[in-house]
Design a protein around this ligand. Structure first.
Ligand code: HEC
Length: 213
C-alpha cells in the first residue's frame, strides 16, 4: 500500500504549490494601486515649477505639427469639397519643377524608379505589393490631389513623407510626377528603371498565371 501514499503526498505538494502561486498574484492589485495613487500633475493644471506657471512645456519655436495640415484647405490637404484636388494648387514654375525633381529623386525614385516606371532595385527585390509604376494609364488618370495625399499619408506598405517633405516640396513632387507622366521620352538615367520595370511585369504575369493554374 505504498502507491496511494506517494500519490497523496504528490497531491498535497501540488496543493501547496498552487496555494503559493495564487497568493503572490493576489498581491499584484496592491502594487498597481500604489502606482495609481502616487503624486502626479494634471497636464493642463497651473503649476509653480516653471516660470510661465503651467505644468506643460511649450514646444520649441518652429515645431511643425503633423496633424494641423489635414484641415488647411486644398494646399495643406490635397482635398477640395471632399474630393482630391484636380489641379496643383501652387503655380508650377521651372524652379518648382526642379525642386520636385530633386525631392522625387531622393524620396520616391528609390522605390518607384528614376523615371517613375516602378523598376527600381528595391522593387526588383520586393514581393507584392511592389512600388507600382506611376506612369501607367491608370496613374495618369488620377487627380494631382491623389499623389499629394499619398505622399503625405502613405498607402499600404508605403510610409507617408510629411515628416521629410514640406507641403510645397510635396506639391513640387506631384508637379514633377505629372511632367513625367506627360513625357514621351526616356532619358538615360531612367532607361534602367524602364527596362527593369518590363522585366518585373513579365515575372509578375508569369507568377499570376502559375497561381491561376
Ligand atoms: C520605400 C519604398 C517607397 C518609397 C520611397 C515611395 N513609395 Fe510610393 N509606394 C510604395 C509601395 C510598396 C506602394 C504600394 C503600396 C501598397 O499597395 O501596399 C506605393 C504606392 C504608391 C502610390 C499609389 C499607387 C496606386 O496604386 O494607387 C503612389 C501614388 C505613390 N506610391 C507615390 C509615391 C511618392 C510621390 C513617393 C515620394 C514622395 C513615394 N511613393 C515613395 C513604395 C514606396
Amino acid at each position: 500500500m505504498r502507491r496511494p501514499c506517494v500519490i497523496t503526498a504528490a497531491i498535497f505538494a501540488l496543493a501547496l504549490f498552487v496555494g503559493a502561486c495564487s497568493k503572490s498574484s493576489e498581491r499584484e492589485p496592491g502594487d498597481f494601486e500604489r502606482m495609481r495613487i502616487q503624486q502626479r500633475d494634471e497636464p493642463y493644471a497651473p503649476g509653480e515649477l516653471f516660470a510661465n506657471n503651467e505644468r506643460l512645456r511649450q514646444p520649441p519655436a518652429g515645431t511643425v505639427s503633423r496633424e494641423s495640415e489635414s484641415d488647411t484647405g486644398a494646399i495643406g490637404s490635397g482635398m477640395q469639397a471632399g474630393r482630391m484636388t484636380a489641379v496643383v494648387p501652387l503655380s508650377i514654375t521651372p524652379e518648382r519643377l526642379a525642386l520636385g525633381q530633386r525631392k522625387y529623386t531622393v524620396f520616391c525614385a528609390v522605390c518607384h524608379g528614376a523615371g517613375g516606371f516602378g523598376g527600381s532595385i528595391v522593387a526588383v527585390n520586393m514581393g507584392a505589393p511592389r512600388p507600382p509604376s506611376l506612369r501607367s494609364a491608370a496613374m495618369a488618370a488620377k487627380a494631382p490631389g491623389y499623389f499629394f495625399v499619398i505622399a503625405t499619408h502613405g498607402i499600404g506598405r508605403m510610409p507617408g513623407y510629411a515628416p521629410q517633405l514640406t507641403v510645397e516640396e510635396r506639391w513640387a513632387v506631384v508637379a514633377y510626377i505629372e511632367q513625367l507622366q506627360r513625357s514621351t521620352t526616356t532619358p538615360p538615367e531612367a532607361r534602367a528603371d524602364s527596362l527593369r520595370a518590363l522585366g518585373i511585369r513579365r515575372i509578375d504575369s508569369v507568377l499570376a498565371s502559375e497561381q491561376r493554374r
